[in-house]
Design a protein. Sequence first.
Length: 393
Amino acid sequence: MILHISDDNVFLDSAIDHIEKIAPGTNKYIVTDRNPQKIKNSDKIIVDPNSIQYRECLENLEEYDAVILHALTKDKVEIVNNASEKVRFVWMFWGADGYELPGMRKYLFTSATKKILSEIAPRINLKKKFSRLLKSILSPLFIIFYKNRDGIPYYFRLKKAIKRINFISPVVEEDFYRLKKYVKTRAEFLPFSYGSLESRIKIILKSNVNYSDILVGNSANPSNNHIDIFKILKDIRIDHGKIIVPLSYGDVYNYRDKIIVKGKEYFMDRFEPILDFLEFEKFTKIISECKAIILNHIRQQAAGMIMTALWYGKKVFMNKRSTLFQFYKKRNAIIFSNDEITEDSLFSPLSESEVNENRQVLEDYYSEEKVMQRTENFIKKLTIQSGQNLKYF
């Protein structure tokens, strides 16, 4: 039996759908939110923290072949750090959870984004600066003398948990190797995919090559590094089409408000922020009607958007330091770095053969068949190592 611990999110549904096809009835799913709204498989999850069943799951972790943590959020960090060494943990590394580590986080923002964040963040007085400096110098002592007490900075607890993890399943393998540069983890890489191409491309849309709108970023999170792209688009003097910017979630320190002000300043009435959450089909239609998609994340982000854009034949431009950019380049997808943005590169469409090449890259990795194979290998790895007799394979 495998135990899953997750917050309320749409990704758990995809995991449940595939896992239950491979190993029906051999997994338990507990959700830490008391009133989950996003999960459709409500009949398969345990949500009441006060229930006997919920408490028994957390009190008997050693009884499971593995405990799968869907994103290493703060509550799950505490579960790992308080668990017996006999418990085998799998961390589904989504991105933001691992990039909480200072070594990973410090490279997320460009200088333009850092400037905006410094403008909107509260000013830190000299006393606080000195306090932080002193704390950074003495932090190793905090670990020694306060190992099991409150007050240890969160990133120390996170790092401790990561070192304890047995398997890591990131969105792309490249994130696993980037993480290992900052944490000496004993964990093995274990591939897993939450959703297949077929589940993502649910609707058939015909894209008009005459569309001239450009989609920039995927959220109001500062890791989008919007300003750098705004400057590039302004400098090459594109004067037609809309600049569509999704900003419906992820706002940090009023970053979204700053981006709206800057977007209107750069592009006036051609700037079109998306401030409300859109249903999947509607957002997919917007992607299909754009000429190009530009993403400036340095960490893995917007994987679903990229998959959708490539399938519909869109040109995708990305920060070349992104692990997703490296993932697709490694598989010979036809994508572009943001250094290659020009008016001609943005508005000249991919050829039919190039579109088909990108679709083949997607099918080779994300098809339903490939995802189910990955899921089966994932379950086998966790259960065979525990000595369980697998009758369902």
